[in-house]
Design a protein around this ligand. Structure first.
Ligand SMILES: Nc1ncnc2c1ncn2[C@@H]1O[C@H](COP(=O)(O)OP(=O)(O)OP(=O)(O)O)[C@@H](O)[C@H]1O
Length: 590
């Protein structure tokens, strides 16, 4: 295996070799080199956003064209060196607008929208040229040589690679990965997903625009069909897919063979060029979905196999959960993670107040005029038949849904209307009814961001250390570097809990956390919740298992058709005639 220093030096060495090509090569080599550098830069910039987030945009042509036109329209009035940052700023502003309006949509809709955007800008530019300048295109006559363009692109490619390298090592890189894996869970870990997405989109769009600005003088004549050519949107995507996006430099591996191939195809079959591009796109997706990187002798797979070897047999818990949790005399860091201690018997002041909450979905009233309050240090149960509105209440508290009416007050502050990431940062953590993990990320990468984005860590490495400790406390030391997708069910649940605890919540929302566990796992799970309560954690527990409600909850409410039909001590509530009628008759398995 390559040593880290040798690995890190490979890319700068390659760039250095590339920079020497114009000195030795002829015009053809330089022209081909410009194409390779241009597409490699565009593809890497595209992959920096699309790779981790899985938002497949097709607007590269729009940003590239903006850069080219910035030069085309202004090169006679503004110094060339000032045009590059100007192109970057214009593209970044455009991306900010696009991002803020489109990044709430996902999947195919985002792809179609971005493609439409590129077409819209091309049409607007065509209209502008015809009606304002009175021409179809414009000429760019400069004394910039092909060699200079080549070298400028080499520098830009180097900077783009550097940006990718830094991003992959930063908290934002981790946030982007989480967004790609599960955006809802990422928000509940305190990640400001919209800001992260919009800023990354703006940054990568700026790189695309500077590429266009550098290449523009090469064409001499520019019109919208050249500058905003849809091929400029498709090619980077095809290149990135061919190269592979597991690493930020992956598209580089796709750029060289593809650009040479297309140069040949374009020369020999100019009319069938785009058809072949489309077929190739499909072939890559079917034959090598992970790109060239995925075919390499698998540093990644080897690492994962090693991790698996160190993983204990997976069918059940390797270590009991509750004993793995420290008692109240835990180390200071654990105390911090677990929230306020020593409130067990006091059940002090009101931590959360839900006032007249209502939430409808179309004609369905999921939560109807619901009010209750939760006191510090208590375990508060929410029970009720299927569809009675329990999860909706949790979703309203955690900010995933906004209520139609009513308000939620947390430690004296109204949190209604706040986004999940803000509520998570304020100290409300949750798990999900259907476990939400990031299958491709390691357990450490699951837990680290919560510590980081909630502001409890001084640095990424500090957050990693906190996450490692927390995983150890939950009996998951052997899984620290194991991808979450390889964990069994109970361990995925523990991982979700670890991620929630890393926020050091004041309030923990557990949505049927015990569901799906076998009887022995259930006992261990209950001990774990008890140990959290023993350390003063305030917990809201949605639970169908009455045995668990009786054992764990200090107080509970019962919901039916969105309304609260009973409230009080579990023993009393579970004897209530109305409760027995709507719920327990069908569901008590105690
Ligand atoms: N996003 C949504 N869109 C439409 N309807 C929804 C949505 N979320 C919940 N509902 C509806 O609201 C009602 C309450 O659902 P909710 O999931 O809150 O119930 P629950 O008590 O948690 O049920 P369960 O115990 O089965 O999880 C149901 O009728 C459900 O179909």
């Amino acid at each position: 295996m390559m040593r880290p220093i040798a690995r890190t030096a490979t890319l700068p060495a390659l760039l250095l070799v590339a920079a020497l090509v114009p000195l030795a090569g002829n015009d053809f080599h330089i022209a081909l080199g410009i194409s390779i550098l241009m597409y490699a830069t565009l593809a890497i910039a595209w992959g920096l956003f699309a790779g981790p987030t899985k938002y497949i945009g097709l607007a590269t042509a729009a940003f590239f064209g903006v850069g080219a036109y910035t030069v085309g329209l202004l090169y006679e009035k503004v110094p060339m060196l000032a045009l590059y940052p100007l192109a970057a700023v214009i593209a970044a502003l455009l991306a900010l607008i696009v991002g803020l309006t489109t990044l709430r949509i996902q999947g195919m809709y985002f792809t179609i929208f971005t493609f439409g955007l590129a077409e819209l800008i091309r049409q607007l530019m065509t209209w502008y040229q015809r009606n304002v300048t009175g021409s179809v295109g414009l000429y760019i006559i400069t004394d910039i040589t092909a060699r200079q363009i080549y070298w400028a692109l080499t520098v830009l490619l180097g900077l783009t690679l550097l940006a990718g390298w830094l991003l992959a090592r930063s908290r934002y890189g981790l946030a982007l990965l989480m967004i790609g894996e599960d955006e809802v869970a990422a928000r509940h870990s305190g990640v400001r997903t919209t800001a992260v997405k919009v800023l990354t989109l703006a940054g990568t769009s700026a790189i695309m625009a500077v590429t266009g600005a550098i290449v523009a003088p090469r064409w001499t004549y520019l019109d919208p069909n050249i500058a905003f050519n849809p091929t400029l949107s498709f090619m980077p995507a095809v290149i990135a897919l061919l190269g592979g996006m597991q690493r930020f430099w992956g598209p580089l591996a796709g750029a060289i063979p593809l650009v040479i191939l297309f140069d040949q195809l374009n020369a020999r079959f100019p009319t069938a060029y785009t058809l072949i591009l489309g077929l190739l796109f499909m072939a890559i997706v079917f034959v090598i979905p992970n790109g060239i990187l995925g075919l390499l002798p698998k540093i990644e797979r080897k690492r994962m196999a090693e991790a698996r070897l160190t993983t204990p047999a997976a069918s059940t818990l390797s270590e009991p959960l509750a004993p793995a949790m420290p008692a109240r005399s835990a180390t200071p860091s654990i105390d911090g993670i677990s929230g306020p201690v020593g409130k067990l018997s006091s059940h002090g002041s009101t931590l959360l107040e839900v006032r007249s909450l209502r939430k409808t979905f179309g004609g369905i009233v999921a939560v109807d005029d619901l009010s209750f309050e939760i006191r510090e240090g208590e375990v508060f149960g929410i029970i009720g038949p299927n569809g009675s509105g329990k999860t909706t209440v949790l979703n309203l508290i955690s900010g995933l849904y906004q209520p139609d009416r009513g308000e939620i007050v947390f430690v004296g502050h109204k949190i209604t209307g706040k986004a999940p990431e803000e509520i998570a940062r304020l100290g409300i953590a949750r798990t999900f009814q259907l476990v939400r993990i990031y299958p491709a990320l390691t357990c450490l990468d699951h837990v680290t961001p919560a510590a980081l984005f909630a502001g409890h860590a001084r640095s990424l490495s500090d957050a990693r250390e906190q996450a490692r400790q927390l995983l150890e406390e939950l009996g998951m030391a052997a899984y620290v570097h194991v991808p979450a997708g390889q964990l069994n069910f109970i361990d995925q649940k523990r991982l979700e809990l670890a991620r929630a605890l890393a926020l050091r919540p004041k309030l923990l929302l557990l949505d049927e956390w015990l569901a799906g566990l076998n009887p022995s796992e259930m006992l261990i799970g209950m001990e774990l919740i008890e140990s959290l309560r023993g350390r003063g954690m305030t917990i809201v527990l949605i639970e169908h298992l009455m045995q668990a409600v009786r054992r764990l909850c200090d107080r509970c409410i019962v919901m039916s058709f969105g309304q609260k039909i009973a409230e009080g001590l579990p023993g009393e509530v579970l004897r209530d005639r109305e409760v027995v009628r709507v719920y327990l008759g069908e569901a008590d398995d105690a």
